[in-house]
Design a protein around this ligand. Structure first.
Ligand SMILES: NC(=O)C1=CN([C@@H]2O[C@H](COP(=O)(O)OP(=O)(O)OC[C@H]3O[C@@H](n4cnc5c(N)ncnc54)[C@H](OP(=O)(O)O)[C@@H]3O)[C@@H](O)[C@H]2O)C=CC1
Ligand SMILES: O=C1OC[C@@H](O)[C@H](O)[C@H]1O
Length: 396
C-alpha cells in the first residue's frame, strides 16, 4: 500500500520540539498505522542556523533536511506540507500568523494562544486561506482518550453528571530563573496555561466534545499566585448546560505545591474521575499522558485497562531512559512518547482535505481559550500588551 507522506517543518528546537520530532520519526507500523508517514524536512531555530542543524541531527532527521536560522525562512520554504510550532505560548499567535500568512498548514503547541481574541484571528485567517489549523492537544488523540469518549457516548456509565480532573506535580518555581517560560509573565507563564489546560482537556472531552449540541460552560475559579504575578495553583468549577440531562459539573485543578500522585504509586487514587448515573471511569496520573483506565459500574462490573504507548520495542535504544522536562524517566523501555497520534491526525486531515481536527474542533479550542480568559479575568492575571495583542505583525 502506498503511504501518504507528510513533510514537516519544525518551528523552534526546544524541549517539546525534540520529543515531537523523535516521536513522529518512529515507524508508524509500530502503532498499527500503515497508511501515512512523517518526514522532517526542515527546522528553524531563532538563535542560529547551527542550533537547527544540531536539532535535526539529534532527532534523526534525514541528512537532506534543511536548517534555518530564522522562522521567516522556514515559513517561506515551499517544500513543507505543515509547520509544527513549539515556541512558548506567548509567541504562538505571532508564529501561527507568520506561517498562515505564508500559506502553511499549522499544528500549534498548547495552549493555542494567549487569549481568545488571538485565536479568533487565527481561525479567521486559516479559513480565508483555506489552510489546516490544529492545537497540539496531544492527549486527546491517544487510543485511551478515544476509548473514554466512546464509553461516555455509548452510555456505559449512564448520564454523566460530573468530571474531576487534577494535574498537580510538586516542583519549585523558586528554583527557576524569573525569565523561565513556566513562571514569567512575559512568556504567559503560570500553571493555568501550562498544565491547567490538561485538567480542562479532560473536563471538556467528557462534558463538551461528547455532546451533540455542546454549550459553553459558566465559570467560577480561584488562583494562588506566585510572587511574579503568574499562578502556581488553579481551581475551576465549570457548569455545562445540556439539553438532555441538565447541568453537568467539571472540576479542573492544577498546581505545583501539591501532587496528584504523591508517592508515584497511585496510592492517592486516579487523576481523573468521570462520574455518571451507572458508574464512573477513572484515568491515571499524569493527565497529560495517562496509561491506565478503570471502568467501575454500579452493577459491580469492573474493567481495568492498560494503555502503554507503542514504540520500537524493548532493546531499542531510541527512547530508553528518555527524560522528560521535569527530569523523570517517563517512557518505559521501547515506548514512544505518544505525540505521534496527533501528527497522524494531521496527516489524515491533509490527505482527506479536512481543515481541522475531527476530534477537537477549532470552535472547541476557542471555548477553552474563553474559559481561560475568564479565569484570568476573575483573578486579575494579565500579561504584557505585546503578547496579549491580536495585531500581527508585532515584534516580540
Ligand atoms: N505537549 C506537551 O506535552 C508539551 C507542550 N509544551 C508546550 O510547548 C511550548 C514550548 O515549550 P518547551 O519546548 O518546553 O519550551 P523550551 O523553552 O524548551 O523551548 C522553546 C523554544 O522556543 C524558542 N523561542 C523563541 N522565542 C523564544 C523566547 N522569547 N523565549 C524562549 N524561547 C523562545 C526557543 O528557541 P529556538 O528557536 O532557538 O529553538 C526554544 O527552543 C509551550 O507552549 C508549551 O506549553 C511544552 C512541554 C510539553
Ligand atoms: O505540556 C506540558 O506537559 C508536561 C508538563 O510537565 C509541561 O510543563 C507542560 O508544558
Amino acid at each position: 500500500m502506498s503511504k501518504f507522506q507528510v513533510k514537516w517543518g519544525m518551528l523552534a528546537t526546544g524541549g517539546i520540539a525534540e520529543t515531537f520530532g523523535r516521536d513522529i520519526l518512529l515507524n508508524p507500523d509500530t502503532r498499527g498505522v500503515h497508511d501515512v508517514e512523517h518526514v522532517v524536512v526542515a527546522a528553524a531555530a531563532s538563535s542560529s542556523q547551527s542550533r537547527a542543524r544540531i536539532f535535526l541531527d539529534k532527532i534523526g532527521a534525514p541528512e537532506t533536511a534543511v536548517a534555518y536560522g530564522s522562522y521567516k525562512e522556514l515559513a517561506q520554504d515551499p517544500n513543507l506540507d505543515i509547520i509544527y510550532i513549539a515556541t512558548p505560548h506567548s509567541h504562538h499567535f505571532q508564529h501561527c500568523m507568520l506561517c498562515l500568512e505564508s500559506g502553511k498548514n499549522v499544528l500549534c503547541e498548547k495552549p493555542f494562544t494567549t487569549n481568545a481574541e488571538q485565536l479568533e484571528v487565527l481561525i479567521r485567517t486559516a479559513k480565508e486561506k483555506n489552510l489546516f489549523l490544529m492545537e497540539a492537544a496531544w492527549t486527546r488523540y491517544f487510543p485511551l482518550s478515544l476509548y473514554v469518549r466512546e464509553q461516555v457516548t455509548s452510555g456505559a456509565i449512564g448520564t454523566v453528571y460530573r468530571t474531576f480532573a487534577d494535574l498537580s506535580m510538586i516542583s519549585s518555581p523558586e528554583a527557576l530563573p524569573d525569565s523561565h517560560r513556566l513562571v514569567s509573565p512575559d512568556l504567559a507563564g503560570g500553571v493555568l496555561m501550562d498544565t491547567g489546560i490538561y485538567a480542562l482537556t479532560w473536563v471538556f472531552q467528557t462534558l463538551f466534545t461528547t455532546q451533540q449540541i455542546p454549550a459553553a460552560p459558566a465559570v467560577l475559579s480561584a488562583l494562588r499566585k506566585y510572587r511574579l504575578g503568574t499562578d502556581e495553583q488553579v481551581s475551576m468549577l465549570l457548569t455545562f448546560p445540556r439539553r438532555v440531562g441538565g447541568d453537568a459539573h467539571g472540576i479542573a485543578t492544577a498546581g505545583v505545591r501539591t501532587a496528584t500522585d504523591p508517592d508515584e504509586k497511585s496510592t492517592a487514587g486516579p487523576a481523573v474521575r468521570i462520574q455518571g448515573s451507572k458508574g464512573e471511569i477513572q484515568v491515571s496520573h499524569p493527565a497529560f499522558r495517562p496509561t491506565k483506565t478503570k471502568l467501575i459500574c454500579t452493577d459491580g462490573g469492573i474493567e481495568e485497562r492498560e494503555w502503554p504507548q507503542p514504540g520500537p520495542g524493548p532493546g531499542s535504544s531510541w527512547y530508553n531512559g528518555f527524560r522528560n522536562e521535569v527530569g523523570g524517566v517517563l517512557n518505559q523501555e521501547g515506548e514512544g512518547h505518544g505525540m505521534f497520534w496527533e501528527a497522524d491526525e494531521c496527516a489524515f486531515a491533509l490527505r482527506d482535505g479536512r481543515k481541522e481536527s475531527q476530534h477537537h474542533t477549532l470552535a472547541e479550542s476557542l471555548v477553552i481559550m474563553q474559559v481561560m480568559d475568564q479565569v484570568r479575568k476573575q483573578n486579575g492575571i494579565r500579561f504584557p500588551g505585546k503578547i496579549e495583542t491580536a495585531i500581527y505583525p508585532v515584534d516580540i
